[in-house]
Design a protein around this ligand. Structure first.
Ligand SMILES: [Zn+2]
Length: 247
């Protein structure tokens, strides 16, 4: 690992210059006006995996934005790590809130300011760079690597699920590393081992179709607002655990 770390140190400036190149591509997936830039980012990334020495890279077209898939087989006896990340970014609006151009990376106090710098281009990019450092300095990787870098995370990953379903065998791995997370603190690299998720549902509570006289009906007929409040307050117990049966 020493040689790989030395290589990473020696090439630090080039690595960050390359990250700047990626940050300059406005790969906004939520706005079709940027579609060609999303494509451009995918191709840039694929070329980049190639240049790093990763043995197989492809830009997989979907009905939406492409998925960059790359893999490097280091040995049958080695574990396989699947790295997930995304190369698309949120829209930069409102522009007047920015102190510098969102697509011209700027350094202030040791921090890079650009759209996507920390979601998710920066985190994602360290993995091809780590692979490069190993491959160029040590000649081989300590693990087998597979990369799935999508371009639709900010639009709900619509085409990721079918890609996974259609490539279940190809994506087979011992560990999945989701590089879409934060560091615990500056200079404290962190691996997040648990993430929350979300589920949404629509609940309709139906009540009387007209105002009911409180003297006659009050207390006997539930107000839908109270029924709904009851439902909401019972979703979690006092310890914050989801209390829904079957959850
Ligand atoms: Zn993200």
């Amino acid at each position: 690992m020493d040689a790989a770390l030395r290589y990473a140190d020696e090439n630090f400036d080039r690595f960050t210059d390359e990250l700047d190149e990626l940050l300059r591509i406005p790969s906004v997936s939520t706005d079709s006006a940027f579609a060609e830039h999303v494509q451009e980012a995918a191709e840039w990334l694929a070329d980049h995996f190639d240049a790093a020495g990763v043995e197989h890279t492809e830009v997989v077209e979907t009905d939406g934005h492409p998925i960059v898939y790359a893999e490097h087989h280091a040995g049958d006896d080695k574990p396989t790590v699947l790295v997930y990340g995304h190369y698309d970014v949120q829209p930069p609006d409102p522009l007047e809130e920015w102190d510098s151009d969102p697509f011209e990376p700027t350094r202030r106090n040791g921090t890079i300011y650009a759209r996507g710098a920390c979601d998710d281009k920066g985190q994602m990019f360290m993995h091809p760079k780590a692979a490069e450092a190993y491959l160029q300095a040590e000649g081989e990787l300590p693990v087998n690597l597979k990369f799935v870098i999508e371009g639709e995370e900010e639009t709900g990953s619509v085409h990721l699920a079918p890609f996974i379903e259609n490539n279940a065998h190809k994506l087979d791995a011992d560990v999945v590393l989701i590089r879409e997370t934060a560091m615990f603190a500056p200079c404290v690299p962190s691996n997040t081992y648990g993430l929350r998720g979300l589920a949404d549902t629509e609940v309709t509570v139906q009540g009387p179709n007209r105002d009911l006289h409180s003297g006659i009906y009050g207390g006997a007929v539930d107000n839908p607002i109270h029924a709904l409040s009851d439902i909401l307050s019972n979703l979690k117990d006092d310890n914050g655990r989801v209390a829904m049966p079957g959850f």
